[in-house]
Design a protein around this ligand. Structure first.
Ligand SMILES: Nc1ncnc2c1ncn2[C@@H]1O[C@H](COP(=O)(O)OP(=O)(O)OP(=O)(O)O)[C@@H](O)[C@H]1O
Length: 219
């Protein structure tokens, strides 16, 4: 059972200046959208949650996932899944081998193959395991990236402009698929987007962070 993702008094600073502050719990099955001007620190907030904050920033506050404080937990042990605008598939590996990266180790070869086939079927890509990612459309690659991430059984999903490289039709399709698969698993979803349509489609609360950078710098 998931218990949601809670950001407790999170503040991100750069060079001592506050970029953003947020305190909010995202419940299982809820999508919270974050919008705001370029450079305000939206992606940086996500990197604080995944544990990959760049050295230029200081992060403060606590991150609680499914009731556990993960603020000091190693990034690969946090069970936070993230999708970016780039699908980040390994180009030299087949679709199936890419998906295998999401799977926890263990299980027989047959079990692993079955899980990969099941994952492909979930996003309408039955029989694609041996395909080279370069032969897939942008939307198909995005679906593979989604399933690779979900196979790792995350407890929360972060989206960083995840649909922005897709054309309007594919964008709407992939977006519905991502929300549907996240809702099947009852995951809390935190989405950073520039696109009002994304936020509308998410159906949840939209938080718009500052209209100018608190540092006074041009974004
Ligand atoms: N690794 C880094 N080192 C130093 N500064 C960085 C680094 N990454 C981003 N920045 C700067 O920190 C600020 C916040 O960046 P961030 O990418 O989080 O903003 P954002 O709100 O996600 O912007 P966008 O909407 O354009 O993606 C920006 O001024 C950016 O130039």
């Amino acid at each position: 059972m998931h218990d949601g993702l809670e950001l407790k008094d999170v503040t991100i600073r750069k060079g001592g200046n506050v970029l953003l502050s947020l305190s909010r719990k995202i419940e299982p099955g809820e999508v919270l959208s974050i919008m705001g001007p370029s450079g305000i620190g939206k992606s940086t907030l996500l990197s604080f949650i995944t544990g990959t904050l760049a050295p230029a920033f200081e992060g403060e506050g606590r991150i609680v996932l499914d009731g556990n404080d993960i603020t000091e937990v190693r990034p690969d042990k946090r069970r936070v899944g993230i999708l970016f605008q780039d699908d980040l598939l390994f180009p030299h590996l087949s679709v199936g081998a890419n998906l295998a990266f999401g799977l926890a180790s263990g299980g027989s070869k047959a079990e692993r193959t079955a899980k990969i086939e099941e994952a492909l079927a979930e996003v309408g890509l039955e029989g694609y395991a041996n395909r080279d990612p370069a032969t897939l459309s942008g939307g198909q690659k995005a679906r593979v990236a989604l399933m690779r991430m979900l196979l790792s059984e995350p407890c929360a999903l972060l989206l960083d402009e995840a649909f922005s490289r897709l054309d309007a039709d594919r964008r709407a399709q992939v977006r519905s698929l991502v929300f549907a698969r996240a809702m099947d698993r009852n995951l809390p979803v935190l989405m950073v987007t520039h696109d009002a349509e994304d936020a509308k489609a998410a159906g949840g609360e939209v938080i718009t962070l500052g209209t100018s950078t608190p540092t006074g710098e041009a974004p």
